[in-house]
Design a protein around this ligand. Sequence first.
Ligand SMILES: Cc1cc2nc3c(=O)[nH]c(=O)nc-3n(C[C@H](O)[C@H](O)[C@H](O)COP(=O)(O)OP(=O)(O)OC[C@H]3O[C@@H](n4cnc5c(N)ncnc54)[C@H](O)[C@@H]3O)c2cc1C
Length: 543
Amino acid sequence: MKRDLKKLASETLDILVIGGGAHGAAIAYHAAMAGYKIAIIDKKDFCSATSANSLKILHGGLRYLQHLNIKRMRHSIMARKEMMRLAPHLVLPLSCIMPAYGHGLRGKKIMQAALFLNDCISWDRNIGLPADIQLPPGFTVSKQICQELIPGIKTENLHGASIWHDTLAVDTERLIMTYLLAAERLGALAANYAEATGINMDGDGLYSVSIKDTFTQQVHIVKTKFIVNAAGPWIENLSSVLKSPDSTPQKWAMALNVIIRKRIFEKHAVALEGNNTYEDKDAIIKRRKRLYFFVPWRGYTMIGTDYQASTANPDCLQIKREDIQNMIEDINTIYPPAQLSYEDVSFYHAGLLPMTQSREAGSDNIQLEKNSQIYEHDKKGFKGIFSIKGVKYTTAPHIASELIHLLQKRFSPAKTVEKKQPVLDNHWQPANHEISKLLKGKYGPQAARVAHYMQGEQSDVWVDKTAGFLKAEVDYLIQEEMACTLSDIVLRRTGLGTAECPSRKILEKIAAMMAAILDWNEERKKKEIEDVIRRYSPLILPV
Ligand SMILES: Cc1cc2nc3c(=O)[nH]c(=O)nc-3n(C[C@H](O)[C@H](O)[C@H](O)COP(=O)(O)OP(=O)(O)OC[C@H]3O[C@@H](n4cnc5c(N)ncnc54)[C@H](O)[C@@H]3O)c2cc1C
């Protein structure tokens, strides 16, 4: 994948996708699969906003049974399956457990029925998937087993627990890159650090979109038949030119997860009820509590999600020490054996999500929007412009296929594309088994491409062996995955810094390699390192 804004500007596109989060990337892939000439741009790096901050659970939608929304469940199940097929190395089964209390709606009998329905509704969830990532049916366990799996859990009225499987996108950023690389193989163009700053309607039925190169400030004009605004929390910045002045502004909630430097539970993601009363306005079967998930992830635990209404500018979303502190206090009352302190937090993930309202009564009163939406701006005179309001990473592929159906009704692409899924290059077997395993686990079908950049003696291939990071990765990521900054490599392409700030020594080593390839001077190198470190503020970083 080469960043070439001049080339992009020299083409007349069928579709320009603005925003390289989960929705933009899935749309780029689906559009390229359908044969459209398509390009995708992001004003920062791909997957650098909301999509990088999710709890990483790709839901099968068990909880939507509360809303009796079978359609939404099916959309989640099919979208999840697409991601499992496309990236079986990144989307892995996640065993989840939720304690059952009393004999009512939170009891074991109701849960048994819900699990049975869940399995029926997802009857085809494993068809066509590799055996090692297939999802087994749900079941319930006794109180004793529940206590063994969740030691120290509140036992009053406890009758057992339900266990089911969702999936965990172990690296949400690489999953998006997998979509982009697959789209590129089908002819899509892509550019990061390319901001859409203006849209003009031409007389010839085309739009001219001004795209600013955020490194050089140079503006390129791209011509396109259709525009998809998949700008996440910036959706209104772009669509303000497309909206009538009386449109109600979207409300946003800030969602926060904390990353804990230890595994609280080894095998299962544990769902525990929050302290505050929470009334899900749309639920037909109301549990009256929000669930917090404790998700084992790499050597860490992700815990979330906490919500608060927000009017923050998405360009400078800031988490305060007290936000993290409050969440830690809540977690310690939800699950006292966790005994967490502020120092246990290695990182946090936060982003803005569309909400419908935050009512006055109670403290947990945030009502998130439940359904992603596609807005057609045709009626306002902007034919061929669509805005996407996405509410779940999981369902991005579903929204993408819905959008392509809409587009196909208006315009058929000139070419047809053979619908081939990228496959893992299993024939590639480098001499070193450890390196082969590492690269296949991270890069899946791209592993052989990364290995192509390996040079020199076996003893000299590592940037850092303990972190499992190879020098060849730096070369590959710059040359073939458009990594332009140190943050791109540390926070998005490799997962090196997505759970915790890497040591300064590692940052300096990678920055030095990047400087040699990209011709950075000392000042730029320093700035790149500081940019990474600043991302972890207000946490106390180990020296
Ligand atoms: C804390 C948290 C936990 C979550 N947990 C889950 C979960 O477990 N499972 C799940 O399914 N979902 C979860 N979600 C929801 C999910 O992450 C989001 O719904 C989804 O990632 C939104 O994707 P998006 O592509 O719409 O937006 P984003 O990921 O925000 O992407 C929008 C992109 O547009 C770019 N952009 C904006 N303006 C311009 C412009 N003018 N020109 C070019 N580019 C532009 C931005 O730089 C950005 O990269 C969670 C979200 C949060 C915050």
